[in-house]
Design a protein around this ligand. Structure first.
Ligand code: PLP
Length: 391
């Protein structure tokens, strides 16, 4: 380390100077609704546990039961001996529900996106991506070294222009619900654009449904319920958000899945997630499929409507969306940190999101709602926000 010490110190100090220094925070008790650490207890508006399933008794019971049967760890990669009955069950459960030929389990959404893009990109002449896609897709694109064209966020005219600018087979990449903005990609419009302009035989679509799966689409199926496998042949699901556990999957055709099993480095060279985790995810998916999932989604929608309505009544500068992710744009990093810290003083945990996670000059508060929040919680957030923005 001695050889890099001076440079490292400088790099860290530069980062601190930019108000972009990040540190790990240790929660002592965390749920979809509340969070506590050594500094106190807060209402949690920074969790992706949109339905509160991370604490659901059925999910916890499935986890514990499977730990007893299968042990704490998977012991090897999926292709060696790490793939067990709960993994196979989960994969089949999702394939049937989403009407996909195969659902390939991956250790994280980051690994799923990165691995899928780097492995599949060489089949295409170009990758055409929305400007605001997640870092895991961006890194996959970079590491694939396939030509990239980026279109302005959700801008169909710009997408068409990019498609017309160059020729060759393309993979179009977008997110269903954008993680830092909470708005949705116009997936139907993208498909219509491809059809109407003669690109159907030249372009495939990959959608990262990290923030949609479980909460949007028919029965919470997300993009997989709204669009067929032919329309979206590469679909990323994550299990660390509405599903309330961790891990991810690629829902795709058998042929692509077979290729990924043989070539995707993130799948081949990594220990499989534990069987108990697979069992917990399956229990959570079962809840999503049933009446309880439906009622939690209704509660979440009510919370979204309440937040938007009250924020408008208070004239708060909320960039409203129809999803669980709402933002307050604050511009500078310093301002975002200041407002987030004032909220903290009033018992609200809402993390400031700064570049490079979002574009320069677009630091913001990202408010993540959950079905576990009560109307009082939301009113408390809004009152605190009003005060924090004023001072
Ligand atoms: C849009 C999007 N895709 C992928 C990921 C990565 O998922 P995971 O947290 O499972 O690695 C995230 C989460 O951070 C995300 O927001």
């Amino acid at each position: 380390m001695a050889v890099i010490a001076a440079r490292l110190r400088q790099a860290n100090s530069d980062r601190k100077g930019l108000q972009r220094w990040r540190t790990l925070n240790t929660g002592t008790s965390v749920s979809a609704r509340t969070i506590a650490d050594d500094s106190g207890s807060y209402l949690n508006f920074s969790s992706n546990d949109y339905l509160g399933l991370s604490n659901h008794p059925s999910v916890l019971a499935a986890f514990c039961e499977a730990v007893t049967s299968y042990g704490a760890g998977s012991r090897a990669s999926s292709l060696v001996v790490g793939y067990q009955v709960p993994h196979a069950y989960l994969s089949a459960q999702l394939a049937e529900w989403l009407e996909r030929e195969q659902v390939l389990l991956m250790n994280s959404g980051f690994a799923a996106n990165h691995g899928c893009v780097t492995t599949m990109a060489p089949f295409y002449d170009r990758l055409v991506s929305d400007r605001l896609i997640h870092a895991s897709l961006i890194d996959g694109i970079r590491h694939s070294r396939v030509r990239l064209q980026r279109f302005a966020h959700n801008d169909m005219a710009d997408l068409l222009q990019r498609l017309q600018q160059q020729s060759g087979n393309g993979l179009i990449l977008t997110e269903s619900v954008f993680s830092m903005d909470g708005d949705r990609a116009p997936v139907r419009a993208i498909l219509n654009l491809i059809d109407d302009n003669g690109y159907r035989d030249q372009c495939d679509l990959m959608v990262d449904d990290a923030h949609g799966f479980g909460v949007t689409g028919p029965d919470g199926k997300g993009v997989g319920g709204e669009f067929s496998q032919a329309e979206v042949p590469l679909l990323t699901l994550t299990f660390g958000k509405a599903v309330g556990v961790a891990g991810a999957a690629i829902a795709t055709t058998s042929e692509i899945a077979d290729y990924l099993v043989n070539h995707c480095r993130e799948l081949i060279y990594s220990t499989a997630f534990p069987a108990a985790q697979a069992a917990a995810i399956s229990a959570s998916v079962k809840l999503l499929q049933g009446a309880e999932g439906a009622s939690l989604r209704t509660k979440l929608s009510d919370n979204i409507a309440l937040l938007k309505q009250q924020a408008a009544a208070l004239n708060l500068p909320l960039q409203a969306t129809d999803t669980a992710i709402q933002t307050v744009q604050l511009g500078s990093d310093a301002r975002a940190l200041e407002v987030s810290s004032r909220l903290r003083e009033q018992g609200i945990w809402c993390t400031a999101i700064r570049p490079p996670t979002v574009p320069e000059g677009q630091a913001r508060l990202r408010i993540a709602l959950s079905a576990m929040h009560s109307a009082d919680d939301i009113n408390q957030l809004l009152r605190a926000l009003q005060q924090s923005l004023e001072t």
